[in-house]
Ligand binder design. Structure first.
Ligand SMILES: Cc1ncc(COP(=O)(O)O)c(C=O)c1O
Length: 470
């Protein structure tokens, strides 16, 4: 007799093997395919079958239909020449971990049903806590990504003491979005000036905190960034930690992208002071090569999370009994939650930390290589130097009005989307667009970088009517 909503073991294997073949083929051939192309919603909607299914269908046919629709209609953020944004490649091991976690439908929210996963998550968090230099009182949990990690951290900071929050113009937008979500009054946000390297100006922060105190206001939290999204800059963490300690203000470090570089000696100096933070956001789905979604929030004192998030529900009483229960619903916003930690746990164990270190250092070195290439000719102005794995630049057009340079910069970026060989997008610095390379993929080669810059030069020539220099 058929079991409802259950495939036969043979069909499960058939479907599973097909899925593995699809993913392996994808990974094996990706480099030789385009990064992607401009999305065309009308075309997609015309192609996709939107009818609500009534009866059953062969699972393999359904899977093939899904793959046909997916394959051509995503930009491959895991492509070695996807240089547009920070999120990127993921390890196959991480993808398998996600499959296993959902195949067993692991519930990683409470102790009595998920003790094994809770202990494994705790182990993984301990690895990250130690790497970041936080003390043993620390802890944390996996969340969906940097946005949620920032939200959890800022909520913990405000639960300790509500008051003013200090950011810079370079702070990631998720902080303000999170604060809005938490009902924070924007009038209590302070935007601190940055120095010539787009880092928080500690003297300006000190003056502002003093002025706010004189006015009887209460500083709550300084949000520093370790690896800004725009330029890869790292705020002066040690000096900020000194100031926050002296002022008894919570220091949150948004290291969603850059904290991954703690593995690297090359970035070691930049990240000095990271371990003095009260909380850290760190995204394994960015520079630690995990499939989406994998974000992580770490805190210096785990009781700050329980103070902010502990929940009580009559039907959860038993989850508080037993030996040292570890209920993640007390540490963050979710009760039902998947087992995100497994992918990092399995990836670290499979490849070892040295492989991750080398991959991170490869990105740092390639951004420096890109800088050498850009400075070598007379076609580009480097706007911000290679920092972590990011470099920004714009075309050099001697004598041209800034508006013309800006227009050309944007046209080069949209040209890459049409071309498909590599993807490079813009961000804004000082109110003007710049091209930005984020080189975090461990399989990107020096040749890829050279060829991508050659592509940008060709697109500049085409956009400027055959002569990008004119
Ligand atoms: C510095 C920083 N913080 C936070 C985020 C948001 O992370 P997520 O997209 O995982 O929510 C990003 C995303 O790029 C980021 O670069």
């Amino acid at each position: 007799m058929d079991i409802p909503l259950r495939l036969s073991p043979a069909d499960m294997r058939r479907l599973g093997h097909l899925a593995v073949d699809e993913v392996v083929d994808h990974l094996a051939t990706l480099r030789d395919r385009p990064v992607g192309g401009p999305p065309d919603r009308a075309r997609m909607e015309a192609l996709f079958d939107a009818r609500l299914p009534g009866g059953p269908a062969d699972p393999v046919e359904v899977m093939e239909q899904a793959m046909a629709q997916l394959r051509d209609f995503i930009v491959h953020t895991d492509h070695p020449r996807f240089l547009a944004y920070i999120p990127g490649p993921s390890t196959f091991v991480g993808a398998v971990a996600d499959f296993v976690a959902s195949g067993l439908n692991v519930f990683a929210g409470q102790w009595i049903v998920g003790a094994g996963p809770a202990v494994m998550e705790r182990t993984t968090i301990d690895w990250l806590r130690t790497l970041c230099g936080l003390p043993e009182t620390g802890g944390g949990l996996f969340v969906s990504g940097g946005t949620m990690a920032n939200l959890v951290a800022v909520h913990a900071a405000r639960s300790r003491r509500d008051g003013l929050v200090y950011v810079t113009s370079q702070t990631h937008g998720s902080i303000r979005k999170g604060l809005r979500f938490l009902g924070f009054d924007e009038g209590r946000l302070r935007i601190i000036a940055t120095d010539d390297r787009h880092r928080m100006d500690v003297a300006a922060l000190r003056r502002r905190v003093a002025r706010d105190r004189e006015e009887g206001l209460v500083p709550s939290c300084v949000v520093a960034t370790a690896g800004t999204t725009n330029t890869g800059a790292v705020d002066p963490l040690g000096a900020l930690a000194d100031l926050c300690a002296a002022e008894d203000v919570w220091l949150h470090v948004d290291g969603a992208y850059g904290a991954a570089a703690v593995l690297s000696d090359r970035a070691g100096d930049l990240l000095e002071g990271l371990g003095r933070a009260d909380s850290i956001a760190l995204d394994p789905h960015k520079w630690w090569y995990q499939p989406y979604e994998a974000g992580c929030v770490l805190v210096r004192d785990e009781t700050t999370l329980t103070d902010a998030f502990a929940m009580n529900a009559e039907y959860l009483r038993e989850t508080r009994h037993g030996t040292a229960p570890l209920n993640y619903y007390d540490l963050g916003p979710q009760l039902t939650r998947g087992f995100r930690a497994l992918k990092l746990w399995m990836s670290f164990k499979t490849f070892g930390l040295d492989a991750f270190r080398q991959a991170v250092e490869h990105g740092i070195a390639l951004a420096e290589h890109a800088q050498d290439l850009l400075l070598r000719g007379d076609r580009w102005d480097v706007v911000t130097p290679a920092q972590l794995a990011i470099i920004t630049f714009r075309p050099r057009l001697p004598g041209a009005a800034p508006g013309r340079v800006d227009d050309l910069t944007r046209r080069i970026a949209t040209g890459t989307l049409r071309d498909g060989f590599a993807l490079v997008m813009t961000t804004e610095i000082g109110g003007r667009p710049v091209l930005r390379l984020c080189i975090t993929h461990p399989e990107t080669t020096a040749r890829d970088v050279t060829d991508t810059i050659a592509l940008l030069e060709r697109l500049a020539d085409e956009a400027a009517g055959g002569n990008g220099r004119a």
